[in-house]
Design a binder for this molecule. Structure first.
Ligand code: ATP
Length: 289
């Protein structure tokens, strides 16, 4: 039996460069692991079956679950006879722009590599992960990373200066595929200064990073869900360093230098906004999975 922690992520920047011939979008984004996490318990099953149970009813527990697909892929690739029962203690909101499914898949790959003593390198696990989803390789590595290609090509960046993160998840769910389909690059005037944010990270300049937060997918999701803009404004009004939608949304995050400020923002949002509010913190590469 093995327990693995799967961290969520936020996007400090997200730029869509162009649509590729294979249908994927070429992206450039700075991704950050955060401490909000699912816990996955993996129990070996000599029968060879893969099964899933989860703490929330709306998650599919069959091939539609990315954690199931990750187990099936690594079992098939490495010709493993054993099976596994996966129990997911789900803490990351679903379809929220926080890579909940991807991190569960990453946790299963990392966990089964250990449980089944397969000896795959991180690079090999990343390659398997990229077959399951563009965010899975990042979830395997964690920390602060520049992600390019369709999100699966990673370059480690200087870890962000540790800080607190307030998350606000409105009750709506957003389909990532739908958001990318609707994206119209020609209408987007402001793009992230990715190099500028990288240099702020190098200098340990959290205020500089905060100033550079930018996500072009807000141009699709905010018009459909205007409560996202209201949450961003509320975060700023109550003292966040900066606030942004994560991934394709709808979750909004705000950065705060210390826990007291983050708790204050969270308390204000809980009393004023119809959203689930979480206080968490950034996770550096060395503290990750
Ligand atoms: P991303 O930020 O990578 O785009 P997301 O946070 O927006 O992802 P997820 O929480 O991964 O979205 O959920 C997207 C879809 O994946 C949902 O429709 C959900 O039913 C499905 N799914 C499959 N497996 C899982 C899982 N283990 N956890 C969460 N969702 C899952």
């Amino acid at each position: 039996m093995l327990t693995v922690k799967g961290n969520a992520k936020i996007n400090l920047t997200l730029d869509v460069l162009y649509k590729r011939e294979d249908g994927f979008h070429q992206v450039e984004m700075i991704m950050q692991a955060i401490d909000l996490a699912d816990m996955l318990r993996l129990e070996e099953r000599p029968t060879g079956n893969i099964s899933i149970a989860a703490t929330i009813a709306r998650l599919p527990c069959d091939q539609r679950n990315l954690a199931y697909r990750a187990a099936a892929l690594i079992k098939e690739t490495c010709q493993v006879k054993s099976g596994v029962h996966i129990f997911i203690d789900k803490k990351i909101p679903v379809a929220a722009g926080l890579a909940g499914g991807s991190t569960d898949a990453a946790s299963v790959l990392l966990g089964l590599n250990r449980l089944w003593k397969l000896g795959l390198t991180t690079h090999e696990l990343e390659r398997l992960g990229s077959k399951l989803g563009s965010d899975v390789p990042f979830c395997i590595k964690g920390g602060t990373m520049l992600a390019t290609g369709r999100g699966e090509i990673l370059q480690p960046l200087t870890d962000i200066k540790p800080c607190f993160v307030v998350l606000a998840k409105p009750s709506v769910s957003v389909s990532t595929a739908w958001v990318y389909r609707q994206y119209q690059g020609q209408n987007v005037k402001v793009h992230p200064d990715t190099a500028g944010v990288k240099s702020s990270l190098d200098q340990g300049d959290l205020v500089g990073v905060a100033k550079g937060l930018c996500n072009v997918l807000e141009s699709v999701t905010i018009p459909v869900h205007p409560e996202i803009r209201k949450l961003k404004q509320a975060m700023m009004q109550h003292g966040a360093l900066a606030s942004l939608m994560s991934g394709s949304g709808p979750t909004v995050f705000g950065l705060a230098e210390d826990q007291a400020k983050a708790e204050y923002i969270a308390q204000k949002l809980r009393s004023q906004c119809a959203a689930d509010i979480f206080v968490t913190k950034t996770v550096g590469r060395s503290e990750g999975v």
